[in-house]
Design a protein around this ligand. Sequence first.
Ligand SMILES: Nc1ncnc2c1ncn2[C@@H]1O[C@H](COP(=O)(O)OP(=O)(O)OP(=O)(O)O)[C@@H](O)[C@H]1O
Length: 236
Amino acid sequence: MATHTGLLTVQVRDLVRRYDERAVLDGLDLDIEPGEFVALLGKSGSGKSTLLRALAGLDYDVDGSGELVVPANVSVVFQDSRLLPWARVLDNVVLGLGGAEERGRRSLDEVGLAGREKAWPNELSGGEQQRVALARSLVREPQLLLADEPFGALDALTRLKMHALLRKLCAAHQPAVLLVTHDVDEAIVLADRVIVLDAGRIVAEETITLTGSRSAADPEFAAVRSRLLDALGVSV
Ligand SMILES: Nc1ncnc2c1ncn2[C@@H]1O[C@H](COP(=O)(O)OP(=O)(O)OP(=O)(O)O)[C@@H](O)[C@H]1O
């Protein structure tokens, strides 16, 4: 059930989610403030997508318990764009929002796709399709944006462009964000706070105080990366 608190955008207390009696989330606590960008790292199978699905309300049939407060207006972006292949780009963006064509056009302009309104999804590159998915999410002005490895399938150069775009969009729309990623550098570049999930709980947290373009060459960047890799059990 979705509830809006006004104080915190997300409030998770003692969240448990089980598959076949195995606790994948094991008493997890998490707060996200309005407009805060949180990146979630964790080994494969640590429960990142399970947490995201719980926040998105997409796991109503899963066994578990705990307190979960999320806003009413949540958008989700996945690794694949999940556009409807039989609907043109603009129609995908405004799907279900009667009479929102002008807003949809503005959203497409914001993601750099002005002029592509009438294109079919399969006429776009993977990166362009993810831009449409972002436009579709943000045109709804969500209080919370959940993103599950949204750039995971893109090449390195396109990823960098998408990082810049996402930062710009978040500055303009100011949703709270929970971004699941495997990429430690992506987490540091984008987030206000990076958390690490292990064995169903948050085991490490870094508040990112780097300013400007957040260069990996910055010694502070390297120090944060090293602590996060440590928490992930990766020795370098
Ligand atoms: N529907 C399901 N039925 C049974 N087990 C599941 C189901 N969904 C997830 N799991 C299990 O829960 C655990 C956590 O899965 P989850 O997808 O949340 O991990 P993840 O951290 O997102 O992994 P990855 O980084 O590989 O995407 C895994 O062991 C997975 O096999």
